[in-house]
Design a protein around this ligand. Structure first.
Ligand code: DGT
Ligand code: MG
Length: 564
């Protein structure tokens, strides 16, 4: 058997995932909505709904018409403009970060945070007074011993995984050091969650463990507005089973953050011996497959385009090893991308394409000015670009031509073209309308013609315009030297990407009664955002994951099915 990978359990990591995030943003604005079933609409789809609506049978990624049929009294609000979600997300991030020493908080998308609280936990562990453990004081500020909160350190806050019996022998008295540190972390998480609720109006679901991977996974065990700690033993020896292994083993392989659809499909194919890679395969099935270990994983998953050392890395992930640091989040994205989907026949001539590209380009330029320009406090300073994207990228998704019998198959393949971003976009004096028109006329249309050489006749389902390859402006940050920050923001970028939703006639036929699997979230690290997906793989236009063509329909079904 291959050597077991070594997990570094020195850190304590908390994970937060805000409950029904977009819906909560509306509820915070209008608290009367809280008691009503509330759904947020993008195109014809409920992108999320509050828990009152979920109690009445609604769920994420459901068609609006189905939601109205199931719950006629549902209140529907439009959520296509992401500005307020982005603003709320930044506001919560800064709020939570203000509590965490060293600012060790990473934003994973709009509604998830990873927090490295090792230093805070260890400091408070050293100050625990065993004689008065029931009313311990958690210090939130080293320089002011009055800042903090009292907590009962005889037990974990919230749920544990596995569940603890009431009178368990795992009381604070005989907890291992790791157990005690996780316990202290669980109280900090509870404090942060209640601060968030009472000061900002948002509830969140949380997890406590020793890595981003484990904290995120265990956090999703009890939802909403709950928290779960993955308790020791973490190590395995002759007498004890590791709780980490036990917890991970039951997960379907694709539910593990870092194992995206492409890797999961290869792993399923390996384990089942069938080319299709379909069917339920758990972490345990892969881990215990004959001869499984880094070399076999490298052979199975490696190849052109795969990250170096992928076998070793995935072998680690299967054992709960994730030594990636919680990166301090920044508000600078590594790319900005704007897109829209179009009904049949709406984009089949050059004038309609030019018109839509101008609309999208104007939004893109506006977003660049919002997210990449520093105007100083109160807009008082001379505006300054914090980062300069280097590349302009245009992507389209043509519809397939009709078959002989008149039916059309759905095409989710994007084609893209990149070019250097002209410097005219950085002129802050020019108004957005004329800038957008110039950029489209002089650059974007040329890119479009290279993508679609025929003069007309194409029928496009999607247009996407993006600026990528972001380079921080010199002098902005301490470490700034004009370096490429794309890699650093890979995870945020994946989830901060604006989603596309289908127009009603656009998606493949969907039947909404299929059991859900987890929401797409993290990206395979071996997938390069800036490259087009491989030919046989199709990029899902909801979550962006590359999906093999044969799995396309199953994947589409999962987007309309209820989350489990
Ligand atoms: P939760 O965490 O189950 O209580 O519910 P949410 O709504 O927080 O869902 P989550 O955490 O998966 O995603 C956060 C927000 O992102 C959600 O409020 C709406 C948006 N969102 C999630 N998935 C999709 C998607 O597939 N398409 C679109 N357009 N938006 C999505
Ligand atoms: Mg959420």
């Amino acid at each position: 058997m291959a050597a077991l990978p070594v997990r570094d359990d020195r850190r304590i990591v908390l994970h937060l995932d805000y409950d029904c995030f977009y819906a909560s943003v509306f509820e915070v604005e209008r608290p009367a909505l809280k008691s009503q079933p509330l759904a947020v609409q993008q195109k014809q789809i409920v992108v999320t709904c509050n828990y009152e609506a979920r109690r009445r049978g609604l769920h994420k990624l459901q068609l609006i018409k189905d939601a109205k049929r199931i719950c006629p009294e549902v209140v529907i609000v439009l959520g296509e403009d992401l500005t307020k979600f982005r603003d709320a997300s930044k506001d919560i991030y800064h709020f939570i970060r203000s509590f965490i020493w060293g600012g060790r908080v990473e934003r994973l998308g709009f509604d998830e945070l990873s927090l490295d609280v090792t230093e805070m936990v260890d400091y408070n562990m050293n100050l625990l007074n065993q004689s008065n453990i029931k009313s311990s004081f958690f210090h939130l500020d080293k320089s002011d011993p009055t800042v903090g909160f009292t907590y009962n350190a005889t037990g974990f806050h919230g749920f544990t995984n596995p569940p603890q019996e009431q009178e368990s022998s795992e009381s604070a008295n005989n907890l291992s050091t790791l157990g005690m540190r996780l316990l202290i972390g669980s109280h900090l998480l509870s404090h942060l969650r209640s601060k968030l609720e009472y000061e900002k109006g948002f509830t969140a679901t949380g997890g406590v463990s020793t890595s981003k991977l484990l904290a995120k996974l265990v956090g999703s065990v009890h939802k909403p507005n709950q928290q779960t700690t993955l308790i020791p033993p973490y190590e395995m020896d002759d007498n004890t089973e590791s709780n980490v292994i036990g917890f991970l083993d039951s997960h379907e392989i694709q539910k593990i953050p870092g194992i995206g659809s492409r890797l999961a499909q290869k792993l399923r194919a390996k384990v089942t011996g069938q080319d299709t890679g379909d069917g339920k395969v758990t972490v345990r099935d892969v881990r215990l497959h004959p001869n499984m270990g880094p070399p076999l994983l490298e052979k199975t998953l490696g190849g052109p385009g795969a990250a170096k050392g992928i076998g070793q890395r995935i072998w680690g992930v299967l054992h709960g090893v994730d030594n990636t640091e919680v990166m301090e989040g920044r508000d600078l994205p590594s790319q900005i991308s704007i897109e829209d989907t179009y009904g049949r026949g709406r984009l089949d001539n050059i004038e309609s394409v030019r018109r839509e590209l101008t609309v999208l380009t104007k939004s893109l330029l506006r977003r660049m000015r919002t997210d990449l320009v520093d105007r100083g406090e109160l807009n008082a300073e001379k505006p300054r670009w914090l980062a300069h994207p280097r590349t302009l990228r245009l992507s389209t998704r043509p519809r397939n031509p009709p078959e002989i019998d008149g039916t059309r198959t759905y095409n989710a393949n994007r084609t893209s073209r990149s070019a250097p971003l002209p410097s005219l976009v950085f002129n802050l004096d020019e108004n957005l309308d004329s800038l957008a028109e110039r950029l489209v006329q002089d650059h974007v249309m040329g890119m479009f013609r290279k993508l679609h050489t025929e003069r007309s006749g194409w029928d496009l389902g999607l247009l996407n315009i993006a600026v990528t390859n972001m380079v921080e402006s010199a002098g902005d940050q301490k470490q700034s030297s004009g370096r490429d920050i794309g890699k650093m923001f890979r995870q945020q970028e994946t989830v901060l990407r604006e989603w596309t939703v289908y127009e009603s006639d656009d998606p493949p036929k969907l039947t909404p009664d299929v059991k859900a699997v987890e929401q797409c979230g993290w990206q395979d690290e071996d997938e390069d955002e800036d490259e087009d997906p491989p030919l046989l793989s199709i990029e899902c236009s909801i979550c962006g994951a590359p999906i093999p063509h044969f799995a396309q329909q199953a994947h589409a079904l999962y987007h309309v099915s209820e989350e489990n």
